[in-house]
Design a protein around this ligand. Structure first.
Ligand code: HH2
Length: 317
């Protein structure tokens, strides 16, 4: 991809004008398939975070009952979310694992109540049994911070038509922030994701279903996170849509000195910077504000007002 194109998430005038006259047009990447949905490759999607946990780092304990989580989910859809990411186990640094039964108890009532919403339903889990139960209950996407490392995880995903997010993490949530060290963080993360992509492919999961995530804050210090965001094009170059999740994370606290509930501006800044470098899915707590920011950025990139993109229709189950 030409450097100018990195700053333009959707085809726009400035991008066309930069094209050399005798250069062949770049091949258009295939759509990304995700359960009931199929997304145009240039679309930047907003994934709203719905943590059903008592202990998530920024919004743990927000919901006492499933009904409250369902109301919050519907509000995120009204605010413009394309995907909802339901998590029933915290992965914050130092978190101890939740039992499988507890993860399912938190997740399934909410997922089942939302199964026919007009946006994709993602489930953030690393357990194959939870993946299978979630897919049976209507999930469109499996978001695995362990990149399908658990025995049986590849088969659980391969047996469905769901989308898949493979994320890079060093160690486990309990230990990952104990002095993380890399020779060259961007290259090592890219090599890991390339290798997991190959294993998923070999296990029968088509490329068109897969996206990749450098895993901001998962076994990385501030320098590692900034290097990955700065050089996100090297992850984008692996040829799959890239997800970035930096919303409210501690790197933003380190850069601004702000507490976790005061990181909205910083979260928007990192979301736009990631989109400008080619990220196609932004995992965020603050959906409405991120959607507004993307709309303004899009119009500036295009040099004219841009019609609000309609969400793709869901295929029936
Ligand atoms: N970050 C978190 C959880 N899941 N999944 C992907 N693909 N990428 C991420 O960056 C990512 C993720 C951690 O954030 P959060 O869900 O807000 O907190 P917690 O893990 O404490 O529930």
């Amino acid at each position: 991809m030409a450097p100018a194109a990195l700053h333009c998430a959707r085809p726009c005038l400035s991008n066309e004008n930069m094209q050399e006259p005798d250069q062949p047009p770049e091949p258009r990447p295939a759509a990304w398939r995700c359960g009931r949905f199929s997304y145009a490759p240039e679309r930047v999607l907003v994934m709203g975070i719905l943590n059903l946990t008592p202990d998530s780092f920024s919004d743990g304990g927000r919901f006492q009952r499933p009904a409250e989580a369902i109301i919050a989910a519907r509000a995120m859809i009204d605010d413009g979310a394309d995907i909802l990411d339901l998590g029933a186990e915290s992965t914050r640094p130092g978190a101890t694992p939740t039992s499988e039964a507890e993860e399912l108890d938190r997740l399934l009532p909410v997922l089942e109540a939302l199964r026919d919403v007009s946006v994709a339903l993602s489930v953030d889990t690393r357990r194959p049994a939870v993946m299978r139960a979630a897919l049976a209950a209507g999930a469109d996407l499996i978001n695995d911070i362990e990149a399908l490392a658990a025995p049986g995880a590849i088969a659980a995903v391969a047996d469905s038509d769901c989308g898949l997010c493979l994320m890079h993490m060093r160690g486990s949530p309990l230990t990952m922030q104990r002095e993380p060290a890399y020779r060259e963080v961007v290259g090592e993360v890219a090599d890991f994701l390339q290798s997991r992509l190959g294993q998923a492919r070999a296990g029968g999961i088509a490329d068109e279903r897969i996206m990749l995530d450098p895993g901001i804050g998962f076994g990385k210090d501030l320098g590692h996170n900034l290097a990955l965001l700065h050089s996100l094009d090297r992850i984008v170059a692996l040829g799959r849509p890239v997800l970035v999740g930096a919303s409210r994370k501690s790197m933003l606290g380190e850069l601004t000195g702000r507490a976790v509930d005061e990181r909205l501006a910083a979260s928007i800044a990192v979301a736009l910077a990631a989109a400008a470098r080619g990220a196609r899915v932004l995992r965020v707590h603050d959906v409405r504000e991120t959607v507004d920011a993307l709309r303004v950025w899009d119009a500036i990139e295009a040099g004219r007002p841009v019609a609000i993109q309609r969400r793709p229709a869901a295929r029936s189950r």
